[in-house]
Design a protein around this ligand. Structure first.
Ligand SMILES: *[C@@H]1O[C@H](CO)[C@@H](O)[C@H](O)[C@H]1NC(C)=O
Ligand SMILES: *[C@@H]1O[C@H](CO)[C@@H](O)[C@H](O)[C@H]1NC(C)=O
Ligand SMILES: *[C@@H]1O[C@H](CO)[C@@H](O)[C@H](O)[C@H]1NC(C)=O
Ligand SMILES: *[C@@H]1O[C@H](CO)[C@@H](O)[C@H](O)[C@H]1NC(C)=O
Ligand SMILES: *[C@@H]1O[C@H](CO)[C@@H](O)[C@H](O)[C@H]1NC(C)=O
Ligand SMILES: *[C@@H]1O[C@H](CO)[C@@H](O)[C@H](O)[C@H]1NC(C)=O
Ligand SMILES: *[C@@H]1O[C@H](CO)[C@@H](O)[C@H](O)[C@H]1NC(C)=O
Ligand SMILES: *[C@@H]1O[C@H](CO)[C@@H](O)[C@H](O)[C@H]1NC(C)=O
Ligand SMILES: *[C@@H]1O[C@H](CO)[C@@H](O)[C@H](O)[C@H]1NC(C)=O
Ligand SMILES: *[C@@H]1O[C@H](CO)[C@@H](O)[C@H](O)[C@H]1NC(C)=O
Ligand SMILES: *[C@@H]1O[C@H](CO)[C@@H](O)[C@H](O)[C@H]1NC(C)=O
Ligand SMILES: *[C@@H]1O[C@H](CO)[C@@H](O)[C@H](O)[C@H]1NC(C)=O
Length: 795
């Protein structure tokens, strides 16, 4: 309204008219009108129950409300035009009186904890242009009369708890350019009516169980640049009209049931693509080579579809690309130059992540692999049938943190240049046909957390240089042809806290007494070697062990009494050795779920309690001098009554043992408590490059390791997703080692967790955590951070 209109005549009618104008003007600027705003603000304040940073203390009568923090007024008419409170920790609900702020242009309450309904009174605000209520806890439905905000240009209700459908009245918002509803619980599909909003530039409904299909009418969104509808339970083909949207830069339909194939000319039709995420669908046909012309592409994620045929993308024009995820497709071609596309990666100087796992590739890795960017941090080629040698040029990829080449058919030696990859944290070469020695240079990999060389044909000795990998948590070398003694340096790796598996080799000599230094280790497997001599009594120092496998060696002598300190053992296998003496009674008190003592030379009475009371959990076959035990064992009665005479009637034994058990439990409680006071919660990592997390933080991050946050279960460990709250939220995956589950031998094998999490757009290991949980049990976990991806945006 123009308040300075000149008065040109004084006719009665015009005077009347003037009076009317004055009246209208007066009402708009009068005390009563701005008082409405004042009252509305006070009502809004009154519904806010928590204001931890005192954001609202300035909302008091000593200053005019236009000076209140977070409030902006129009200069002339002193009416409230903007309210902005972002990340203020506010809790409470949004008062319906907000609908009285009739001059409001913008309202942003993002990143607070507002709850309750989004008031339908907002629909009265016809001047409202921006409405940002994202990252709160609003629930209920999206009010249909939001369509009354006819000037709305930007609307975000993302990251709330809204249910119901997207009201089709939203399609009346003819000026809307930005609509973000991601991460709610909206259902009812994407209405074709939305196609009427021809001004649309950004549309995000990702992570809602919307269902249905993508309507053809999105072809009207000629200005569309961003389209995110990942994880929406869409079962659809991509409507052809979408390829008319030539301004599109970011397109994500990931994690739906999208089927059909991509048009060959996609690269010509969508030349501005920056981010193309179609992973986790059922797309078929070839990956169109025209993608080679999308020269602005930064992120290409096509993992887990059914794309097939030779991979013919020429990456040389995609100079800014930093993520290429093509895993879990069917790119087999039977052509000799199948892997030639790798040559074209040399221009991609920013490439950080190349994921080509489980693609059915069967070619030879070209030497040009070494010419891929030294920015490359993650290289996944596992589960293919790649053959030939590992090119030694792999040692040029000095930025690598994760290298996964497992389950292929690589032959020849492990190139010693691998020692150049000083940033490596995870390396798996398991399940190939690699031969020759383990290069000494692995000892240069001082950042390693995980090393697996299992299931190859490696020969020679275990290099003592491995003792330099002072951060190593898991080491697997099982099933090779290694010989010689176990280097004592291995036992100086105090970081080894998850698994040390040297089984199925030809290692000989005695087990060095230093083994007892591995007091953080959870699983030790030395089975099926030629180790001899006595079991060192120092082994009792490995007090964190849950799994201990010594089977199939030449160990002799008796079981040292010191092993009574391995109170956490859930599986123990000493079968097929030459051990003698008695089966120790202390085993009755261990939480054993699996005990195998068969094929030794044990003698005397078999204990009866604990694991010994469960005939399917323990094995003593092939020991010819045992007696007693439970009747099902059908062992002879113990003849030698010397022991028996000293013993008490069964019920007394039971009482004694129960009380002994209590003593032990209480002792261990006390022990844990002390330990907790002195060192826990604490991270094993002292190196400053790893951040520290506590058990408490992880508990909080995963909602108490809730079922809802479980994303993978490898038997031996489980993976949870979570949000680690630090200075800023970090989306993480947490791999937790199981303690009380899966004592079976097979469970001890490495789980497929790396793959499980790969599908979720991981990963970057940030730290490990080893501490004590609330029950006083040892707790071990690896923490990975999700790589940022196009669909988690800050709206
Ligand atoms: C209302 O606006 C008038 C005119 O600008 C001003 O004099 C008066 O102080 C305002 N009253 C309040 C409560 O803001
Ligand atoms: C009222 O707000 C002013 C301006 O922010 C502030 O200085 C003052 O402390 C506040 N008064 C009260 C009682 O909170
Ligand atoms: C302000 O809003 C409330 C709730 O919608 C309504 O009851 C009331 O009549 C409004 N007051 C004015 C002055 O518009
Ligand atoms: C919004 O719609 C509801 C019913 O859908 C109606 O009861 C209410 O009066 C409307 N509110 C406004 C402010 O238009
Ligand atoms: C989403 O809504 C459904 C029912 O409509 C409910 O069962 C489910 O728990 C909700 N999910 C979340 C995350 O709120
Ligand atoms: C909106 O779209 C629907 C279906 O796409 C169409 O039938 C309707 O006429 C359109 N409404 C307006 C107001 O344009
Ligand atoms: C996904 O949609 C299908 C129907 O297409 C439905 O049966 C299923 O319940 C939906 N799943 C979720 C998680 O909403
Ligand atoms: C795509 O655009 C062309 C020309 O701009 C038009 O003829 C065609 O109908 C459009 N196709 C769809 C499906 O919108
Ligand atoms: C890339 O674009 C050029 C020029 O339009 C065209 O000649 C070429 O065939 C395109 N390449 C692919 C692989 O589609
Ligand atoms: C690849 O990079 C080289 C040198 O940086 C440049 O000359 C060449 O044109 C690039 N190739 C393409 C296809 O962009
Ligand atoms: C890799 O780069 C080196 C030097 O930059 C070059 O000599 C060699 O030819 C390249 N190899 C391939 C296969 O492109
Ligand atoms: C588009 O995708 C790129 C690559 O993922 C990302 O960096 C950018 O922030 C995205 N843009 C928007 C507006 O989401």
């Amino acid at each position: 309204m123009n308040f300075k209109q000149p008065i040109s005549s004084f006719s009665p009618i015009s005077i009347l008219f003037y009076a009317l104008i004055m009246f209208l003007n007066f009402t708009t600027i009068s005390a009563s009108e701005n008082e409405t705003d004042h009252q509305a603000l006070l009502r809004i304040k009154s519904m806010i129950t928590q204001d931890p940073y005192g954001a609202l203390t300035s909302w008091n009568s000593s200053v005019h409300f236009c000076e209140w923090i977070g409030v902006t007024c129009g200069k002339r008419h002193r009416r409230v035009t903007y309210i902005v409170f972002r990340s203020q920790g506010l809790e409470g609900s949004l008062s319906p009186h907000v609908g009285n702020l009739s001059f409001l242009h913008g309202l942003s309450l993002s990143y607070n904890s507002f709850q309750g309904a989004i008031p339908h009174e907002l629909g009265r605000l016809s001047r409202l242009r921006l409405l940002y209520l994202g990252y709160n806890k609003f629930n209920g439905v999206i009010p249909a009369n939001i369509s009354g905000c006819s000037n709305l240009e930007g609307l975000s209700f993302s990251f709330n708890e809204l249910v119901g459908s997207i009201p089709k009245e939203i399609s009346f918002l003819s000026k809307l350019t930005f609509l973000s509803l991601q991460h709610n619980n909206l259902t009812g599909g994407i209405s074709p009516f939305l196609g009427n909003i021809t001004s649309m530039e950004v549309f995000s409904v990702a992570s809602n169980p919307l269902g249905g299909s993508i309507p053809d009418t999105i072809g009207y969104w000629k200005h569309l640049q961003i389209f995110y509808s990942s994880s929406c339970n869409l079962s659809t083909t991509i409507p052809h009209s979408l390829y008319n949207l030539s301004l599109l830069t970011n397109l994500s339909l990931a994690d739906n049931q999208v089927s059909g194939s991509l048009p060959l000319s996609i690269g010509a039709m969508l030349p501005r693509l920056v981010c193309l995420q179609l992973w986790g669908n059922q797309l078929t046909g070839s990956l169109p080579p025209s993608i080679s012309n999308c020269s602005r592409l930064i992120v290409l994620e096509m993992t887990n579809n059914k794309f097939s045929g030779k991979l013919k993308i020429d990456f040389s024009k995609l100079r800014d690309i930093y993520v290429i995820n093509l895993a879990d497709n069917l790119f087999r071609s039977n052509e000799d130059d199948e892997m030639k596309f790798i040559d074209s990666l040399k221009n991609c100087t920013r490439l950080e992540r190349l994921d080509l796992g489980n693609c059915k590739f069967q070619g030879v890795l070209p030497r040009s692999l070494g010419n891929v960017s030294n920015q490359l941090r993650y290289l996944y080629l596992e589960d293919n049938q790649l053959h030939g040698n590992l090119p030694s040029s792999i040692g040029n990829l000095v930025g690598l943190e994760i290298l996964s080449l497992e389950s292929n058919q690589f032959v020849g030696n492990i190139p010693s240049t691998i020692g150049n990859l000083q940033k490596l944290k995870v390396i798996s070469l398991k399940g190939n046909q690699l031969s020759g020695p383990i290069p000494e240079t692995v000892g240069n990999l001082s950042m390693l957390l995980y090393l697996s060389l299992s299931m190859n044909r490696l020969e020679g000795v275990i290099p003592s240089s491995l003792g330099n990998c002072q951060h190593l948590l898991e080491l697997y070398i099982h099933n090779n042809k290694l010989k010689g003694k176990i280097p004592t340096q291995l036992f100086q790796l105090s970081s080894l806290s998850i698994v040390l598996d040297l089984s199925q080799n030809n290692l000989f000599g005695s087990l060095p007494t230093e083994v007892g230094d591995l007091n953080m280790l959870s699983a030790l497997d030395l089975s099926d070697n030629n180790l001899s001599g006595n079991i060192p009594s120092s082994l009792g120092g490995c007090t964190s062990l849950s799994w201990l496998y010594l089977k199939g060696n030449l160990f002799q002598g008796t079981i040292p009494p010191s092993l009574s300190s391995l109170k956490g053992l859930v599986a123990l296998d000493m079968s097929h050795n030459n051990l003698s003496g008695q089966i120790p009674w202390f085993l009755e008190q261990f939480p054993l779920e699996y005990l195998n003592m068969s094929y030794n030379d044990f003698e005397g009475e078999v204990p009866m309690l604990g694991v010994f009371s469960n005939a399917s959990a323990f094995f003593v076959l092939g020991n010819h001098r045992l007696c007693g035990g439970f009747v099902e064992l059908k062992l002879p009665k113990c003849k030698d009554t010397k022991n028996h005479a000293k013993r008490f009637p069964p019920f007394v034994i039971a009482i004694l043992i129960v009380s002994a058990f209590f003593t032990i439990t209480c002792l261990s409680c006390a022990w844990y408590k002390n330990k907790r006071k002195s060192q826990a919660p604490q991270s094993t990592m002292s190196h400053e490059q790893f951040m520290k997390v506590t058990y408490n933080q992880l508990l909080k991050a995963t909602d108490g390791f809730s079922e809802a946050n479980l994303i993978g279960n490898g038997g031996f460990s489980s993976v949870y997703k979570g949000v680690l709250q630090e200075d800023e939220d970090r989306f993480v995956a947490i791999k937790v080692l199981h303690h009380n589950q899966g004592a079976q031998r097979s469970f001890m094998r490495e789980c497929q967790v790396l793959q499980n999490i790969r599908h979720r757009n991981l990963l970057k290991i940030i730290t490990s955590c080893s501490s004590i949980d609330f029950q006083g049990n040892d707790f071990k976990a690896l923490v990975y951070e999700f790589m940022p991806n196009g669909s988690l945006h800050d709206w």
